[in-house]
Design a protein around this ligand. Structure first.
Ligand SMILES: [Zn+2]
Length: 239
């Protein structure tokens, strides 16, 4: 009976579909892309942090420069006052003030230098971070491409298998096709098995000689197909 062969072909295609589905789920690029995204998020956070540090440095430098400009202007003003007075006490007070400006200006210069050095170091780190970001982007693109390629191949195989199973189902009498689908849905995966040695190829449970003889009898009687009493898949004895 050719329905028996069709049932086993259909079952084989469904087994293949399960394998393809599993292969699609297990493509290593999925986990790799996920790991890459985590790394990428870490690097992006680092980039933001470093940028923030640089901005703070730049703002502090700008503030110091403003203060320097202001102090120099004041200094010039006080210098003018010194030039325009002969009052000893007044000159002494103004000179003290000028000394104060000089001290503060010196401190500003020192702090600015330190901040500039720090900005240089931050810029170096920013460069490293940017390089790492570019490298991760490239890896992401490459992984995506290889994923698309492998998944595409598997999808094509899947489509072929789906078309084949539709044809096999169409080749079967309606009631048998319905029984097969019911068994497949109940088991998840494939709905027909055969007697392999003395076992069911689907669930591996052993049959007695008597059971096998009975299955054979039913099958040889014509349009009937037995089912495994254990896994309830349609059971083909021999082709
Ligand atoms: Zn079975």
């Amino acid at each position: 009976m050719s329905d028996a062969k069709t049932l086993l072909d259909l079952s084989a295609v469904d087994l293949l579909l399960m394998r393809i589905k599993k292969q699609l789920e297990d493509l290593p690029q999925r986990a790799q892309l996920l790991a890459l995204r985590t790394k990428r998020a870490e690097i992006d956070a680092k980039a933001q942090q470093v940028e923030q540090m640089r901005k703070e440095c730049e703002q502090t430098i700008a503030k110091l420069q403003d203060e320097e400009t202001m102090l120099k202007a004041k200094n010039a003003e006080v210098q003018n006052q010194v030039d325009s007075t002969n009052n000893y006490k007044e000159v002494a007070a103004l000179t003290k003030e000028i000394e104060g400006f000089a001290k503060r200006l010196e401190k500003i210069e020192f702090e600015t230098l330190k901040l500039l050095e720090r900005t240089d170091k931050i810029a170096a780190v920013e460069q490293q971070v940017a390089t790492a970001q570019a490298r991760l982007s490239k890896q992401d693109t490459d992984l995506h491409e290889s994923f698309q390629l492998q998944a595409g191949t598997l999808k094509k195989e899947e489509l072929k298998a789906v078309q084949a199973r539709e044809q096999f189902l169409a080749d079967l009498p309606n009631d048998l096709a319905a029984r097969y689908e019911k068994a497949r849905e109940a088991k998840g995966g494939f709905g027909a098995a055969h007697v392999e040695g003395s076992h069911c190829s689907g669930c591996r449970v052993a049959f007695t000689e008597g059971q096998i003889a009975k299955f054979r009898e039913i099958q040889e009687a014509g349009d009937k197909v037995s089912e495994c009493p254990y896994c309830h898949r349609l059971l083909v004895v021999e082709l």
